[in-house]
Design a protein around this ligand. Sequence first.
Ligand SMILES: [Zn+2]
Length: 178
Amino acid sequence: MAAVFGAYPLFDRAAAPVVLAVGDALDTSPDPAGSTGVAGGELPDGTATLDDDLPAITGLDPELREAVRQAAADAAADDIDFWITSGWRSPAFQEHLFDEAVRTKGLAEARRKVSTPEKSNHVSGKAVDIGPTEGDYWLIEHGTDYGLCQAYSNEIWHFELLTEPGGTCPPMLDGAAG
Ligand SMILES: [Zn+2]
């Protein structure tokens, strides 16, 4: 089931999933064809909430988005607020991030810290980066209630749906960045 971008209130639980109507795409729709910038998943202010109508958010897998939304609501009840620091990314944006890392850190370090477009689960909409740190710690402690798991041992902020709600997370991967 494809996500719809912009035509429906995305975070209204009552709204049934609907098929993406390509012709109806708004300016804020993700551009899988290869944009960088906001259309490619960049967050103009560095962070976003799940309610923002930005490609980084609307491009996420709806199941992941709902899990994070429920977790955020429960965290708020614990007086912990967290938000998305990176969500869906176009292949071009991911490539840009990788190229930037190569330029600033060198190839070996870049490979440890940034995935390629082929490997990154941000590109498939199945990964979110969460901040601030106290939000990361809350999710590390409580994320399995929602099926959310820290995927990489070197990234406390990167979460994916890797188990059933109440399940057990698989062992974290080392070094391979998301
Ligand atoms: Zn990540």
